[in-house]
Design a protein around this ligand. Structure first.
Ligand SMILES: Cc1cc2nc3c(=O)[nH]c(=O)nc-3n(C[C@H](O)[C@H](O)[C@H](O)COP(=O)(O)OP(=O)(O)OC[C@H]3O[C@@H](n4cnc5c(N)ncnc54)[C@H](O)[C@@H]3O)c2cc1C
Length: 416
C-alpha cells in the first residue's frame, strides 16, 4: 500500500528528490543502516510503488551492485528473476560480413573470479525496490510529487514540493535523473555531449538456450548487444545512427524483426519479439561538481555514460554506497551530515571514478563505431592481443565487476 502523503511541514535527516533506482536504493540504505531514529523523505515525480513496467530495458548489474543489494537484504527477492552472465563474446565485423570472427571472450575469467554480471528486467528491479520502500517506516514517500525549489542556510535545507508541502532536512540529495532540475537550480554545470546515435531496446524469445552468454557485436553504426535473460529470452540493446533508429522504430513488426534478424543472426534458432521496443537518446554527461552546500548529486543526475558496457546504473550504485557510507559515518560521529567538508569526502570518492568511466565508454564507442579499414585492423589486433593476455583479461573482468579502486564497504557486501 503506498503511504499517504503528509501535508504538514516536516523535518528529516535526508530528503531525496527522485525515486528511480539510485534514489530508492539510497533511501533503503539509510533507513536500514543509519543510526536509530534517522528519517528519510523520498520525493518522486512518479506514483509511489511504481513498477517501471513501461520501460523495455533490462539492466546488467555488476557483482558490486549485487553485493550492495545483498547487504540491503534485497537480492533474495531478485535472485529468481536474475540471469547470471556466464560468458561474454566480443565480435567486430560489418553487417554484411559472411563470418563474425570471435576476437575476445571472457569465459574462464567470469567462472574463476565469480565476477560476472546479472541481467534483470527494469520492471522487476523497480518493483522489488518500491515494495521494500513501502515496508520501511523510516522512509516517508511523497509521490507523485516533485521538488520544485530549495533554499539552504547554516542549519539545513528547505525544499518546496509541487503540492506546496515544505520539507526540511540537513541534506538534500538530487537523484532526479539526467535532466536534473536540482542540479540546474544549484548552478552546477555539466560537461558532455549527445551522441548522434540512439539505443533501440527490445526483448526476444529464441528456440535454443543462450547458456548465459552475452554477445557484443561491434557494427559500424554502433554496438549490438545480446544479453541473456531468464528462460530462452535475451534483451537487445542496439545502437544505431539517430535517423536509422527512427526509421527502424517506424517499421511494422515484420520489418522490425527482419532488421533485427540481420544483426541477431540464427545462432539461437527461430526468434520472435517478446516485449515492446523503445528508443533512447544517448548522452555522455558529467556534472562539474557532485556536491554543493547541503546538496549531493547521485546517479544520472551526476553522470550519464554510453550504455555500451551496461555500466550507467552500476556507476550510480557506487555513488549510493559511497554517499550512504559518508552520511552514516558523519552521523555516528555527531557531525553535520549536510556540511560541505563531509560532502567533499563523497565528491573526492566518486567524481574522478565516474569521469574516468564515462571517458572509457566514450573512447570505446568512438573506436568501434567506425568503419575505417586501418582503424578496424588496429582494434581487431588489440582485441586479439587482449584475448591472449590472461592477467589483463582478469583485470578487465574485475573492473567491470566494480571490484577495483577504493571500494565502499557496501559494494563488498559488508553492512556498515
Ligand atoms: C539503452 C540503455 C541501456 C542501459 N543499460 C544499462 C545496464 O545494462 N546497466 C546499467 O548499469 N545501466 C544501464 N543503463 C543506464 C541506467 O538505465 C541509468 O543509469 C539509470 O536508470 C539511472 O537511474 P537514476 O535513478 O539515476 O535516474 P532515473 O531512472 O532517471 O530516475 C530519476 C527519477 O527522478 C524523478 N524526478 C525527476 N525530477 C524530479 C523532481 N524534481 N522531484 C522529484 N522527483 C523527480 C523521475 O520521475 C524519476 O523517477 C542503460 C541506459 C540506457 C539508455
Amino acid at each position: 500500500m503506498p503511504k499517504a502523503r503528509v501535508k504538514t511541514k516536516q523535518r528529516f535527516d535526508v530528503a531525496i528528490a527522485g525515486g528511480g533506482f539510485a534514489g530508492r536504493t539510497l533511501a533503503l540504505a539509510l533507513a536500514r543502516l543509519a543510526p536509530e531514529g534517522f528519517r528519510v523523505a523520498l520525493v518522486d515525480a512518479e506514483k509511489a510503488g511504481g513498477g517501471g513496467g513501461h520501460d523495455a530495458r533490462a539492466l546488467a548489474l555488476s557483482a558490486a551492485t549485487k553485493n550492495l543489494l545483498t547487504a540491503l537484504d534485497l537480492w533474495p527477492e531478485l535472485a529468481a528473476k536474475a540471469q547470471a552472465v556466464e560468458a561474454i563474446e566480443i565480435t567486430d565485423s560489418p553487417l554484411d560480413a559472411a563470418l563474425r570472427p570471435h576476437f575476445l571472450g571472457f569465459d574462464e575469467e567470469l567462472k574463476r573470479g565469480g565476477a560476472g554480471a546479472y541481467m534483470v528486467e527494469h520492471g522487476d528491479l523497480s518493483r522489488v525496490l518500491a515494495a521494500a520502500v513501502t515496508r520501511e517506516s523510516a522512509i516517508i514517500a511523497f509521490a507523485p510529487d516533485a521538488v520544485t525549489a530549495f533554499k539552504t542556510d547554516g542549519f539545513g535545507v528547505k525544499a518546496t514540493l509541487g503540492s506546496f508541502t515544505t520539507i526540511e532536512a540537513a541534506l538534500l540529495v538530487a537523484a532526479d535523473g539526467k535532466h536534473s532540475q536540482l542540479r540546474d537550480q544549484a548552478g552546477i554545470k555539466c560537461v558532455g555531449w549527445s551522441y548522434p546515435q540512439a539505443g533501440v531496446v527490445t526483448t526476444v524469445a529464441h528456440a535454443m538456450p543462450h547458456h548465459g552468454k552475452a554477445v557484443q557485436h561491434f557494427l559500424p553504426s554502433g554496438p549490438f548487444a545480446i544479453l541473456p535473460l531468464t528462460g530462452n529470452r535475451s534483451s537487445i540493446v542496439w545502437t544505431e545512427d539517430k535517423a536509422k533508429a527512427a526509421e527502424i522504430m517506424a517499421l511494422d513488426e515484420a520489418g522490425f524483426v527482419y532488421e533485427l534478424t540481420k544483426r541477431f543472426g540464427h545462432r539461437l534458432g527461430e526468434t520472435e519479439l517478446a516485449g515492446p521496443r523503445q528508443a533512447f537518446p544517448l548522452d555522455m554527461q558529467i556534472a562539474r561538481q557532485f556536491v554543493a552546500d547541503r546538496l549531493a548529486l547521485i546517479g544520472d543526475a551526476a553522470h550519464v555514460v554510453h550504455p555500451l558496457a551496461g555500466q550507467g546504473l552500476n556507476i550510480g550504485m557506487r555513488d549510493v554506497a559511497a554517499l550512504a557510507e559518508t552520511i552514516i559515518d558523519s552521523a555516528r560521529l555527531g557531525l553535520d551530515i549536510g556540511a560541505l567538508p563531509q560532502l567533499q569526502r563523497y565528491e573526492r570518492w566518486r567524481r574522478f571514478d565516474s569521469a574516468f568511466s564515462a571517458a572509457v565508454m566514450d573512447g570505446l564507442n568512438r573506436l568501434f563505431s567506425n568503419d575505417s579499414a586501418p582503424v578496424r585492423a588496429l582494434r581487431d589486433l588489440g582485441l586479439g592481443l587482449v584475448d591472449r593476455a590472461p592477467a589483463l583479461k582478469r583485470f578487465l573482468a574485475r573492473e567491470a565487476a566494480g571490484a577495483t579502486g577504493t571500494v565502499p564497504s557496501l559494494l563488498t557486501g559488508e553492512r556498515l
